[in-house]
Design a protein around this ligand. Structure first.
Ligand SMILES: *Cc1c(COP(=O)(O)O)cnc(C)c1O
Length: 363
């Protein structure tokens, strides 16, 4: 630590990304990435002219991408904010609307970045416990006077709450900002998006990292009222106007316009997830029903931490959390059919390595 680092940042908590070891080839199912490549239209879109275009700054308003996203979602470009990943979108949102000490709340078990950002921005945050079965009770949020961030569906549990519950929260106090993170909404969930037209205190956050197979491109966006989006852009212009590269803007437009490929990938993941959930249950794991691109299940014979380590030895990376409420669980991305077959073989080998164990799944 240098002489200059602020005291309050001495123990700042860094985000813990899923590990990316390079000692060998791994099947990487620990970060909810995609086994599908980006749309082939992305490569077509980034041609020589755009490479040459890098001799100029990118459009700080990102109009082309905001227009493409707006057209897709049935809103105007002025209602769309784009950022370098949903993480940056969340960061700009907190930077724009929250000063140190302001009150915010989110679930105790959710996307780690909410807590990390709340600390980094020195907010007064409260983590509201999920119920024992990890479902979210909206009442304490409605009763609270705090602003709210909720991931719907949630990560890592994969559970979602109905849009009607969120509407009750948003409507309960128009002076409270409600940020809904819909990173996984495309895998079979209802979106709160229609509520944006009705309520001016709702911000919905999305990403190209999950359902559009582009985590490495770093594209996230928010849809909200024109006033909120204008404010966020104002702050962005005071901080990092050129937050998306010209190549990213082009690639993002191509991806959002390729509806056919998007549907194909999302439907493949949903189908594979349903099949994989069934097989996990057959083996004996307690699987939390989900509508995302990952599964969250409870270890029963080999403890979750050990199972994670044994899978890694077999070249498969999955996510395990130390938090005591979820330390018996494993989160695993749903990949292709062949990949999930490989996972099932590995799980059976591990679980059947004990005397007298003969678990199996139907072919
Ligand atoms: C993956 C994820 C994000 C991050 O999205 P990026 O666009 O890659 O920054 C945000 N929120 C949730 C709930 C996520 O799981």
């Amino acid at each position: 630590m240098s002489y200059f680092l602020l005291d309050e940042f001495e123990n700042i908590e860094p985000y813990n990304p899923g590990e990316q070891p390079d000692d060998r080839e791994y099947l990487k199912l620990n970060a909810n990435e995609s086994s599908f490549p980006p749309s082939p239209k992305v490569l077509e879109a980034i041609d020589k002219a755009h490479i040459n275009g890098m001799s100029h700054y990118s459009d700080p308003y990102c109009w082309k991408l905001r227009k493409a996203i707006g057209d897709h979602f049935g809103v105007s470009a002025e209602e769309v904010f784009v950022g370098n990943g949903a993480d940056e979108v969340l960061s700009f949102c907190l930077m724009s609307f929250f000063r140190p000490g302001m009150k915010i709340c989110f679930p105790d078990i959710t996307y780690d970045f909410y807590r990390i950002y709340a600390k980094a921005y020195r907010l007064d945050y409260e983590q509201i416990p999920l119920r024992d079965d990890f479902t979210l009770d909206i009442e304490p949020y409605i009763e609270s006077d705090r602003d709210v961030i909720i991931a719907n569906p949630n990560n890592p549990t994969g559970l979602a709450i109905p849009v009607s519950e969120i509407e009750r929260l948003v409507a309960s106090n128009k002076n409270r900002m409600v940020i809904i993170d819909e990173a996984y909404v495309d895998f079979g969930n209802e979106s709160v998006l229609p509520l944006v037209k009705k309520y001016s205190n709702l911000v919905v956050v999305y990403t190209f990292s999950k359902s559009r197979n582009m985590p490495g491109a770093r594209i996230g966006f928010a849809i909200s009222s024109k006033a909120i989006i204008e404010d966020m852009n104002k702050i962005k212009f005071a901080f990092n106007p050129f937050n998306l590269s010209s190549l990213t803007i082009e690639g993002g437009c191509a991806a959002v316009n390729d509806e056919v490929y998007f549907e194909y990938c999302v439907n493949s993941v949903i189908k594979e997830r349903e099949e994989f959930e069934k097989k996990l249950s057959e083996i004996g794991y307690e699987v939390i029903p989900t509508t995302t691109n990952f599964v969250f299940f409870k270890a029963f014979r080999t403890p979750a931490g050990e199972l994670t380590a044994k899978l890694k030895k077999k070249g498969i990376l999955v996510r395990h959390y130390d938090d005591e409420r979820v330390c018996d669980y494993i989160r695993m991305t749903v990949g292709t059919h062949d990949e999930m077959e490989r996972v099932l073989v590995a799980l059976l080998e591990i679980e059947n390595s004990y005397a007298g164990c003969k678990l199996s799944v139907t072919a």
